[in-house]
Structures are given as structure tokens and as C-alpha cells.
Design a protein around this ligand. Structure first.
Ligand code: AHR
Length: 320
């Protein structure tokens, strides 16, 4: 509770520009790295961790970094407005976590004309390569494949599976599902009986699972594009008198503390890690771009798979 409060206070200081205007600055304003970051919103614990990683890094480097942070409240139009305002401010670099894959070309062309490099953070967009400098984030197809392999193992290759899907049109959702469906096909005894979007949130994950449970009396496995939706789904399973983790096996993506706690309680089986702690890599890439250095087109995260069997030992080491 205390920690959440500290994070909120720090975030509001960043948002209100206090950090940007602070007196402890050593470098003159024009020598600072000035960055605008257009965040999606706050749909999940994972995204909160990413926001904290970025705002904390900026707060710890006030002498060299000035961050302008915008929360788009899940709306693409708000992200586009934020990018336009960063262009008007003349920031050095723009960070963007695109809520969906499409619809970015016009605003990214404006950034290109203004000679401001754009870094995609955690999610990709479908645009020509010359419209962005680099993508920092995970291989979502690989995450989906890993999740499917775990599901096949948990079900011994046989059973009925439901899929709780992330935001429609988001790269993290599209690619994880592709990876999952491609890899689950290796087990012909497994059937995906239902798929529905829970928009990456816990509350919608719960609603979607409630409706699956009403329509399908036999469900052996549940896969979710993120842990928050699975945590909601686990609540729904318990309320319906089912035993998540035993009667219904679970596999989800992210690796947030909540899912480790559920695994320790025997109510979840596997999480495929997706790293949200991208602040240091983001600012390093931004500094390199400002200095005119070349950065790789994809700065990929290294991630693991975590199972119920080791969750108690893993939990204390989790950072988000
Ligand atoms: O883009 C990454 C995804 O977005 C995470 O898996 C999810 O929790 C988040 O909201």
C-alpha cells in the first residue's frame, strides 16, 4: 500500500512537470535528453511496472533527463495527441507503446518530418521501417509458443482449452495468439473450444471466464494473453465451484507477483515471463539516438517460463 502511494506521488510529480523544472539539475536544459513517452494506460499490473520503471529511471537521472509522460487511458486518439504535443515541444526522442498495431502512419510521418526518432516500447506497430528507430520488447510469438508447449505438457496432450485474449488489434495479443495456436496444433488431442477478448484487464478476464463456464461445462485448460486476465478468470472459476490449477490448468503471460502468489496457492500452473522493466534500455537507446549512434532495430528482452513447482522459491525474487 505504502509502495503504491510512493509510486503515485512520484508519477504525479513527473506528470506535473516538477521533475522537469527541478532545481537540482546540473546540465543546462538544452543539454538534457528530453523525452516524451506516450503510455497506453493502466490496464494491468504489468503496465504499472513498466510505467514505474520509466518514471523512476527519469527521476533518478534528473540532471541529465527531462521526461514528459502522457497516459492515454487506453485510447489510440489520446496517444496520437500526445505524440503530436511531443513533436510541438521539440523533444529529442519519442517513446510510444502503441495500444493497437495499425493507424500510426500519419503521426509517425509528422515525427519523421520533425526529425524526432520514435522508439516503440513493449508493443509493435505495423508501419514501414523508416518510421521508427527501434522496438524494445519481447518476442510475443515465442511467448505464445512457450505457453502452448506448457499447456500440452499440463494436459498430457488431451483436453478442451479456452483462450482469454488481450486487446483486439494489439501486437501483444495478435502475436501471442498466433504463437499459441500454431504450437498447440502439435497436440491434435487438444481442442480450443472458445476465444474471447478480456482487454488485458482483470475485471474483463473474470467476465469472460464466467461466460465460458456457463457455456462449456467441460474446460480442462485456460490460456490468457496476460496474468491479470487469468487472475480474474481464477476468481470466476472458484466462484463457479471449479478448482483452478487442478481441475482447470492455467497458463498465462507476464510473470507478475499476483500470478506467483496464485501458483504458490496451487491455483495457477504456469506463467511465461514478459519483462516490463524497460526504463534503462529505453533511455539508453534514446541517448544513443540523440548522439547520432545506430541502435539495433529490435532490442529483444530475455525471458523465462515459471511453473507452480518452483513458485514459492521464485516469488521473493520477483521485482514486479
Ligand atoms: O504489451 C504487453 C502487454 O500489455 C502485457 O502482457 C500486458 O499485461 C499489458 O497490458
Amino acid at each position: 500500500m505504502k509502495k503504491a502511494l510512493v509510486v503515485m506521488v512520484l508519477l504525479s510529480l513527473v506528470l506535473s512537470g516538477v521533475f522537469a523544472e527541478g532545481t537540482s539539475e546540473k546540465a543546462p536544459a538544452n543539454e538534457k535528453l528530453v523525452v516524451g513517452f506516450a503510455q497506453i494506460g493502466q490496464e494491468s499490473g504489468w503496465r504499472g511496472a513498466e510505467t514505474t520503471s520509466i518514471t523512476f529511471y527519469a527521476a533518478q537521472n534528473l540532471d541529465t533527463i527531462q521526461l514528459h509522460f502522457a497516459d492515454a487511458q487506453q485510447k489510440q486518439e489520446n496517444q496520437i495527441k500526445a505524440v503530436r504535443s511531443f513533436i510541438q515541444m521539440g523533444v529529442d526522442v519519442i517513446g510510444l507503446a502503441p495500444v493497437v498495431e495499425t493507424g500510426w502512419e500519419t503521426v509517425l510521418k509528422e515525427a519523421k518530418e520533425a526529425e524526432i526518432p520514435v522508439i516503440f516500447v513493449d508493443r509493435m506497430a505495423k508501419v514501414p521501417e523508416d518510421l521508427y528507430a527501434t522496438f524494445i520488447g519481447s518476442d510475443f510469438i515465442d511467448e505464445g509458443q512457450k505457453a502452448a508447449k506448457e499447456m500440452i505438457r499440463l494436459l498430457n496432450g488431451k483436453g478442451k482449452v479456452v483462450m482469454l485474449e488481450g486487446t483486439v488489434g494489439a501486437s501483444a495479443a495478435i502475436d501471442r495468439q498466433k504463437g499459441f495456436l500454431d504450437a498447440i496444433a502439435a497436440a491434435p488431442g487438444i481442442t480450443v473450444i472458445a476465444r474471447q477478448s478480456g482487454d488485458f484487464t482483470r475485471s474483463k478476464g473474470k467476465e469472460v471466464m464466467e461466460s465460458f463456464l456457463k457455456s462449456y461445462p467441460e474446460i480442462d485448460g485456460a490460456y490468457a494473453d496476460n496474468d491479470d486476465m487469468m487472475l480474474g478468470a481464477i476468481e470466476a472459476m472458484k466462484e463457479a465451484g471449479k478448482k483452478p490449477g487442478t481441475q482447470i490448468k492455467t497458463v498465462s503471460v507476464d510473470g507478475v507477483k499476483g500470478i506467483f502468489e496464485a501458483m504458490v496457492a496451487g491455483e495457477a500452473n504456469v506463467t511465461v515471463e514478459c519483462n516490463p522493466l524497460l526504463g534503462p534500455q529505453f533511455f539508453q537507446a534514446a541517448a544513443d539516438l540523440k548522439a547520432g549512434k545506430t541502435v539495433p532495430k529490435w532490442i529483444k528482452s530475455n525471458e523465462d517460463v515459471y511453473r507452480q513447482e518452483t513458485a514459492a522459491a521464485d516469488l521473493p525474487t520477483r521485482l514486479y
